[in-house]
Design a protein around this ligand. Structure first.
Ligand code: PCA
Length: 205
């Protein structure tokens, strides 16, 4: 039995839901024949989120880590290619922190590539008629920070785990009464997408 850890974020920026958490919860209840799926909810707080994720990876030793977060305004499921060593928050996190133009790890590498099979993930999503595309920037907010911090811990500690980050668009209910011109996906589509990515994340490249 292989193990996949999914991380998801609590709501932020005045929202009452976060599509990553809603979707992770839906996938947590699904049956995977040969995979044990574990879900953790992370606070939108620059220190706690990476610490919690890394502690969980060390403790439970998953085979793959699929980190999820919201990227409103995007119209597709977007697996991220790269994490960069920079915090530049344009809004404060839920703890009130707003670092500007600061390295995440002083003296650390400029970036880390995702070690998930991105092309296969996008291909499988497209086969299921779900819009998807590799993204070349995870931004400079907490999702990038979590992504970078986890990849750095995996590299430094030489942990045998593949990992990467995927941004999800808004859910329909987030654009019904506000943001009327913004794209969104249904809960069903989002959950199916994450299910597909969990399965594909373990495929050999
Ligand atoms: N999205 C934010 C942080 C939490 C989330 O779900 C981001 O893209 O950085």
């Amino acid at each position: 039995m292989q193990r996949v850890l999914i991380t998801a974020f609590e709501p932020f920026n005045g929202e009452t839901i976060n599509p990553s958490l809603e979707t992770a919860r839906a996938v947590d209840g699904m049956d995977f024949p040969d995979i044990e799926v574990d879900v953790i909810e992370l606070p939108v707080e620059r220190f706690q989120a990476p610490d919690m994720a890394i502690a969980h990876i060390r403790m439970t030793k998953p085979d793959a880590v699929l980190m999820l977060g919201e990227a409103g305004r995007r119209s597709r499921i977007t697996p991220e290619r790269v994490a960069v060593n920079l915090d530049d928050f344009t809004i404060p996190d839920n703890g009130g922190h707003q670092p500007r133009d600061e390295p995440i790890v002083r003296g650390g590498p400029v970036g880390y590539f995702s070690t998930l099979p991105l092309a296969a993930m996008v291909n499988q999503l497209e086969c299921a008629r779900i819009p998807a595309k590799i993204s070349n920037s995870a931004g400079l907010y907490l999702c990038n920070r979590l992504f970078y911090s986890v990849m750095h811990a995996i590299a430094v500690e030489e942990l045998p785990v593949r990992a990467g980050f995927v941004h999800l668009p808004y859910l329909h209910e987030q654009v019904v009464s506000k943001r009327q011109d913004m794209p969104s996906l249904s809960r069903e589509t989002m959950a199916q997408a994450v299910r597909i990515m969990v399965q594909t994340s373990l495929q050999e490249c």
